[in-house]
Design a protein around this ligand. Structure first.
Ligand code: FES
Ligand code: FE
Length: 426
């Protein structure tokens, strides 16, 4: 793309104030292009979970911004993230969402590449004698690092290590993964949908506790009293959102579930999961049964990892910008790798009820997001407020900005990072 002048870049950044952002942030294609460049192609972006590529040769297709990539595990056990673009004339070399392979062969003229991206074969090679060498034409390899099963990649070789970028969010990733209750967390299944709106509308939503009991009230009316009670966070003082830095935030919706090592909080779940408890108790100690049952609904919080991943209760939510006014969302239901079948089945049912293709949550949310986009298109000059709870934010012991879970602390954290990156000279 043609880079905007530095004045123009700071114009973009000035559209985000502490308490409001301009609706143009959702509608201006020039801003969208600059976001791809300065955010998606300039930081760590989540591409896969380890359980999706369990064996040597396992691969999946993913995206970084608009760029298609292949994520795979090679025979040495290393993760590779390769730009899905043949070095001959640029065709994608893989269109299979997930699978197992020894390498990738471009369908156009059959240039073939190894799992590491090295160019292995060119048909009728004599035409290239003295013109091109295979060693000079690998698939573009991205920098890859992982943390607690989460695999990230970046086009940049000069930015901080992943662990530094995640910073205080690491603590919350670690807690989130405890929902495996002794088993590693695995992706059980996924579904995708698109909504007619800008990617930041989803980015804002993950730690927006304010919308939950309102937009999702039909879902709240459909669940058992214990689950509804568990989610009655509007009145719970301990239900807070922490701004964790670097755009990351966490919204704690079920406070007693925060530390899954705690002893409390299972009683109300006992009756609902009685058949599973009875089954597990035949082979497992009571302590492990308790941990598995406690984590049935997931971690009890939503963690927003800027810019594209949410670890949310018992699933991952991945956002992928398609254009300034279209975004793809992927929901990945989580289960226990090697864990009891009955537990994984029940976790899937819970997931489907809210986030599944026919669940309440997906349709509720996407309807609201579409409306936000339509309003922004109609009047890009009317600001979007992100000021709820600004007057009651406090500094937590850990140094995080903290406010009630229904406040917009997480959105302000995302926009502070957005502003920094959009204005960054690098
Ligand atoms: Fe891939 Fe020609 S474009 S081999
Ligand atoms: Fe929602």
């Amino acid at each position: 793309m043609t880079a905007p002048t530095s004045d123009r870049a700071s114009d973009f950044a000035s559209l985000a104030a502490e308490d409001r952002v301009a609706a143009r942030l959702y509608t201006d294609p020039e801003i969208f292009d600059w976001e791809m460049e300065k955010i998606f192609y300039s930081t760590w972006v989540w591409v896969a979970h380890e359980s999706e590529i369990p064996d040597a040769g396992s691969f999946k297709m993913s995206h970084i911004g608009l760029q298609p990539v292949i994520v795979n595990r090679d025979r040495k056990g290393n993760f590779n993230v390769l730009l899905n673009r043949c070095r001959h004339r640029g065709a994608s070399v893989c269109e299979v969402p997930k699978g197992k392979a020894n390498g990738f062969t471009c369908p156009y003229h059959s240039w073939s590449y190894s799992l590491e991206g090295n160019l292995r074969g060119i048909p009728y090679p004599d035409g290239y004698e003295g013109v091109a060498e295979k060693r000079d034409l690998p698939l573009q390899r991205l920098r890859v690092e992982s943390y607690n099963g989460l695999i990230f990649a970046t086009f940049r070789t000069d930015i901080e290590p992943l662990a530094d970028f995640l910073g205080d969010a690491k603590l919350w990733i670690d807690r989130f993964m405890k929902q495996g209750a002794g088993f590693p967390v695995k992706v059980q299944g996924e579904h995708k949908f698109r909504f007619d709106g800008n990617w930041k509308i989803q980015l804002e939503n993950t730690t927006d506790g304010y919308h939950f009991p309102i937009v999702h009230r039909s879902w709240m009316a459909s669940v058992d009293a214990e689950t509804a009670d568990m989610l009655s966070f509007m009145t719970d003082e301990e239900a807070v959102t922490h701004a964790l830095g670097n755009g990351h935030s966490v919204a704690i919706m079920v406070p007693e579930h925060v530390d899954l090592e705690d002893d409390d909080g299972t009683e109300e779940l006992q009756e609902r999961f009685r058949p599973i408890i009875d089954e597990l108790s035949e082979t497992m100690p009571p302590e492990q049964v308790r941990r598995i049952v406690r984590s049935m609904h997931g971690a009890g919080y939503n963690l927003n990892l800027f810019p594209n991943l949410s670890l949310s209760m018992s699933f991952f939510r991945v956002l992928r910008p398609i254009s300034v006014n279209e975004t793809e969302i992927q929901h990945m239901a989580l289960g226990l790798d090697g864990g009891p079948e009955s537990v994984n089945r029940e976790r899937l049912r819970i997931h489907e009820h809210f986030q599944g293709p026919f669940g309440f949550g997906t349709s509720d949310d996407s309807e609201a997001w579409d409306r936000v986009q339509r309003g922004a298109v109609a009047n890009p000059e009317m600001p979007i407020l992100v000021n709820r709870g600004l007057g009651r934010e406090v500094a937590a012991d850990e140094g995080w900005k903290t406010s009630h879970v229904t406040d917009e602390t997480g959105m302000r954290e995302s926009y502070a990072m957005w502003k920094r990156m959009m204005n960054d000279d690098n």
